[in-house]
Design a protein around this ligand. Structure first.
Ligand code: COA
Length: 185
């Protein structure tokens, strides 16, 4: 059974190795594997992974197996619309002014990936539950995720309590937007 930790709770002696293993999972599950140049690859990494590590380490969760190897990660952002998180959103073209306005009640968001071969074993659900706890603790009213319109992950998100939310024409037909409102304790 996997256990999950925020990056900040992982002992420094293990942290670099686990981040490297999570990075491997990121590239193994990415929908792009061909990059025109190392610069393009680095920008892709920074946009979807590195910015979260740098700016939201408390909300970057890594799931470990019994041998303490990374089997999944969740790169979370507690308040997407805060000044602190601006570089995260600025890297993503679909966060237009109207799109941001429509998501005011769902300011948290995340990206999640589980290691191929380990998917379907409950690791993703565990990571999401940890992030939800943190969001509720921090007083976030809700969370959104953006994924492929026909992605198999949509069913996963619906199982986690999300509902589909297509409020704006700016969101490409290739993308699916889902939201979940937290019941405050
Ligand atoms: C989506 C993902 C994070 C879910 O984590 P997980 O640990 O596999 O999921 P859990 O075991 O907690 O939940 C199982 C549900 O996830 C979904 N799921 C399982 N394997 C999946 C896969 N390879 N891709 C997408 N969704 C998957 C199914 O809805 C499944 O429910 P079911 O068993 O009733 O069919 C993980 O499967 C994954 O990384 N997939 C590939 C990359 C991806 O789609 N990332 C999300 C991009 S937005």
């Amino acid at each position: 059974m996997a256990i999950t930790y925020p990056l900040t709770a992982i002992d420094p002696s293990e942290r670099d190795r686990l981040v490297a293993e999570a990075t491997e999972i990121f590239f193994a599950t990415a929908n792009t594997s061909a990059f025109n140049s190392p610069i393009v690859k680095k920008a892709f990494y920074q946009r979807w992974f590195g910015n979260y590590l740098d700016l939201q380490p408390l909300s970057f969760f890594i799931a470990l197996d019994n041998e303490r190897h990374a089997v999944g990660y969740l790169a979370g952002c507690l308040d997407s619309f805060s000044d602190e998180c601006r570089p995260i959103l600025d890297g993503m073209a679909f966060y237009t002014k109207n799109f941001r306005a429509a998501l005011q009640d769902f300011p948290s968001h995340f990206h999640i990936n589980v290691k191929p071969g380990q998917q379907g074993n409950g690791i993703g659900s565990l990571l999401v539950a940890r992030f939800f706890d943190q969001c509720i603790e921090a007083g976030s009213p809700g969370v959104h995720v953006v994924t492929g319109a026909n992605s198999r992950a949509i069913q996963f998100y619906e199982n986690c309590g999300f509902r589909r939310f297509f409020p704006l024409k700016e969101v490409s037909p290739d993308l699916g937007l889902l939201v979940h409102r937290f019941e405050q304790r």
